[in-house]
Design a protein around this ligand. Structure first.
Ligand SMILES: Nc1ncnc2c1ncn2[C@@H]1O[C@H](COP(=O)(O)OP(=O)(O)O)[C@@H](O)[C@H]1O
Ligand SMILES: [Mg+2]
Length: 447
């Protein structure tokens, strides 16, 4: 792929003018604030001109305060600002603006932006590309999509062995808090086989974001675009961030690249979508979640995957899911699991034993693993799983001293092999990547 030509001063000027023109409120279509609440306000007089997703601006102390239209009815529209406390009085004037848009450019690699696509890494202005994209897009129609590609090696032994992935697959990492989701995901961000990594960090603490950038991502930062919305930002920003990241990933995909999209965490996105939907007046139906959350989730997740047939680009999606109180059946986790092509389950009891990544190979699945495994590899994985199951179900028995070597050859084998297997699967971000876990581990069964 040839690098884009350098921008001339004239290009930059033209770019700045066209962007500024798009940011100017459409003065002809003004209304007034009719009600103010802590998280949103109502605007009268604009309803016939507005659509959902468009923006409205009111004057604020530091320039216009911009919000998104989340509900429209005959006597007004509900607007939720992206940033800042609402500083409006009744009768404050309000203007309509176009929906949020982005102009991604290949030079965005190595940069960190907020949910609105503004640089936040202190490395100066971003160059804007020629094409305009909107964060909330529809996935490509199923019939025009290419099929998932070949084996995508992540370099994480436990995943490449038990839940091997394909390019264009969507997989979830499910776990309670502190069990190792973010760490595992950052190890995946270092995968060699991708052209670009787009990472959405949603609802993280600010400290974790810096750590992630400076320590975990390290040298891989130059091929990554990060979209960050920390936990203290508004739900509007947290709802927008993964969609912005997805739009950036789509931009690189449409250039024919293999993009790895990582969203940590989708649960925090769902929480933000819930807050917005409740402000829009939707009723809560499922454990406090309004129905639109369950249509927003698949709409986002489905956008990862192969691109249009013939373009060559693809988005492999990795989504972390927080399971509250380690309850793997909460409605959000359920909805996400149903949309994805597999799930990697991390368990606290494994992490408590100091085994990381704390992946449970017996409950984790990749729906595409059959496409990847050879007959021998599949047989190897099956026998490992059988040994692990045997080993774990007899753990109490063995602790009580009821195990005698020689009484049950299968169990003897499990006791001999599984601890070595567990050791071989240990990996942290600093350990070397695995090249061929099957070959590395097949020796265990023979030995
Ligand atoms: N692969 C690993 N190797 C060693 N320690 C790990 C590993 N993964 C997680 N940990 C430990 O678990 C802690 C929590 O991990 P983190 O990824 O932040 O969890 P989560 O994102 O699920 O809340 C880390 O601070 C680290 O001490
Ligand atoms: Mg985390």
């Amino acid at each position: 792929m040839s690098p884009p030509p350098p921008a001339t001063a004239l290009d930059r000027l033209a770019d700045a003018v066209s962007r500024a023109a798009r940011e100017v409120p459409l003065v002809a279509e003004g209304g007034v604030v009719a009600a103010v609440a802590p998280g949103h306000y109502r605007v009268g007089g604009l309803s016939p001109f507005l659509k959902l997703g468009e923006r409205v601006a009111i004057p604020g102390p530091h320039g216009p305060q911009i919000g998104e239209v989340v509900r429209i009815d005959a006597d007004g529209a509900t607007v939720k600002p992206f940033e800042g406390a609402i500083d409006a009085r009744l009768e404050t004037r309000a203007w309509r603006m176009e929906p949020v848009s982005l102009q991604p450019d290949p030079t965005w690699k190595g940069r960190v932006v907020d949910a609105l696509g503004r640089p936040i890494d202190g490395r100066g202005d971003l160059r804007h590309g020629a094409g305009i994209v909107h964060p909330f897009r529809e996935p490509p129609p199923a019939m025009r999509r290419a099929r998932v590609g070949g084996h995508f090696r992540t370099g994480v032994r436990a995943i490449d062995l038990f839940t091997p992935l394909c390019a264009g697959q969507r997989i979830g990492v499910f776990a309670g808090s502190g069990v190792g989701k973010s760490t595992l995901i950052s190890m995946l961000a270092a995968a060699q086989a991708v052209d670009t990594v787009v990472i959405a960090l949603v609802g993280e603490r600010g400290r974790e974001v810096r750590e992630f950038l400076e320590e975990t991502l390290g040298t891989h930062r130059e091929k990554a675009v990060m979209v960050v919305s920390t936990g203290d930002e508004s739900p509007m920003m947290r709802r927008l961030a993964p969609n912005t990241a997805m739009a950036i990933a789509e931009f690189f995909r449409d250039r024919g690249e293999h993009v790895l999209l990582i969203a940590d965490s989708v649960t925090r996105y769902a929480h933000a979508a819930r807050d917005v939907a409740l402000a829009a007046g939707e009723p809560a139906v499922s454990r406090g979640y309004p129905p639109s959350v369950f249509s927003d989730l698949p709409r986002l997740l489905e956008r990862a995957g192969p691109g249009y047939e013939g373009t060559g680009g693809t988005i492999t999606g990795i989504f972390s899911v927080l399971v509250d109180g380690d309850d793997h059946n909460d409605p959000v986790a359920d909805a996400i699991r149903g949309t994805l092509d597999g799930h990697i389950v991390l368990e606290r009891w494994i992490a408590d034993r100091g085994r990381y990544p704390a992946m449970n190979p017996l409950t984790s699945i990749s729906r595409l693993s059959r496409k990847v495994w050879s007959r021998d590899e599949q047989a190897l994985v099956r026998s490992f799983c059988a040994l692990i199951a045997r080993f774990e179900e007899t753990r109490d028995l063995r602790l009580m001293g009821a195990y005698q070597q020689g009484a049950d050859p299968d169990l003897d084998r499990a006791v001999a092999v599984v601890p070595k297997l567990y050791d071989a699967l240990r990996q942290d971000p600093a350990s070397p990547k695995s090249e061929d876990p099957y070959r590395e581990l097949a020796a265990l069964l023979k030995g």
